[in-house]
Write a protein that binds this ligand. Structure first.
Ligand SMILES: [Zn+2]
Length: 284
């Protein structure tokens, strides 16, 4: 493909690799009549004897699959459309990694997360990230943008990816030497918390830049979520607010972070960026 401009067109990738893509619906037998016996999830063989693909998909709540003998990717129709893109790129990853070849691989919610560290899944997720963010291109563009939620959204639409996966990558990859974190959570405002809200586990994801992990890793996500919730308004969507958050590093020096939270009606996305060491207060 040379060096294509973003957003990457996955249809072209599939054509070049001669991969076929199909959608299934777990109720419908159509594409799922096939019998499988060697399905692997996260590299572990899960079926001992042949069974119908449909049963396997239901039993293991699979969201996506790769069938090597047919060079075919199967995606759960029920996945939101923007998430198809990550799942498809992940399955393309399985298809191009030589030692995944010949294995029928099934993916559930867990294995499709960028942080999944089972070796095969980590490899497929790495491939998905490199594909959808066009190798080094994303980092170069991200470095040209100040770390703000607005710019993350701009990059997300430029690369055709979700704001969540873009925020994730922005924090992990872009400004590697700046302490930065991201939270993906439900609405932080007390009045807007849903029944699924769990105070002990308030965030879907808590992503830390390498520089943050080095100096601020002691903070639990519950603590940071509490600080964020303090400045968030109860708006139904859009920007929920911004504020200064103080965090102590491993040497007990106090640092100021600028934080912003945006609610896209599904997830609240928070970006926290290091500003400076808190100046000593002087009295005169
Ligand atoms: Zn996988």
């Amino acid at each position: 493909m040379g060096n294509p401009e973003p957003p990457l067109d996955l249809r072209v990738v599939r054509e070049l690799l001669r991969l076929d893509r199909n959608f299934y619906n777990s109720e419908d037998d159509g594409v799922l009549r096939e019998t499988v016996s060697k399905l692997k999830i996260a590299g572990v063989q899960v079926l001992k004897r042949p069974s119908l693909l449909r049963e396997a998909i239901q039993k293991f709540s699979l969201k996506a699959l790769y069938l090597p003998d047919q060079k075919r990717i199967l995606l759960d129709q029920a996945l939101p459309e923007l998430k198809h893109r990550w799942s498809e790129a992940h399955e393309i990853g399985h298809s191009v990694i030589p030692w995944h070849d010949g294995m029928m691989l099934g993916d559930d919610k867990q294995t499709l997360l960028p942080l999944c560290h089972e070796q095969m899944e980590a490899e497929a997720n790495y491939a998905a990230g490199r594909l959808l963010f066009l190798g080094p291109r994303f980092r170069t563009e991200a470095l040209d943008h100040l770390p703000t939620i607005d710019n993350v959204k701009k990059l997300a639409s430029g690369f055709g990816n979700t704001s969540t996966s873009t925020l994730w990558r922005f924090v992990e990859e872009a400004h590697r030497n700046i302490p930065m974190f991201a939270l993906v959570s439900g609405h932080p405002h007390v009045a807007r918390r849903t029944v699924e809200f769990d105070p002990n586990n308030p965030c879907r994801y808590y992503v830390q830049s390498p520089a943050f992990r080095l100096r601020f890793a002691d903070y639990a996500e519950t603590h940071i979520f509490g600080l964020i919730a303090a400045y968030c308004g109860a708006q139904r969507g859009g920007m929920l607010g911004q504020g200064e958050v103080l965090l102590n590093d491993v040497n007990q020096i106090v640092h100021i972070f600028d934080c912003q939270t945006f609610f896209n009606r599904y997830d609240a996305l928070t970006l926290g960026v290091w500003r400076c060491i808190r100046p000593a207060t002087t009295f005169s």
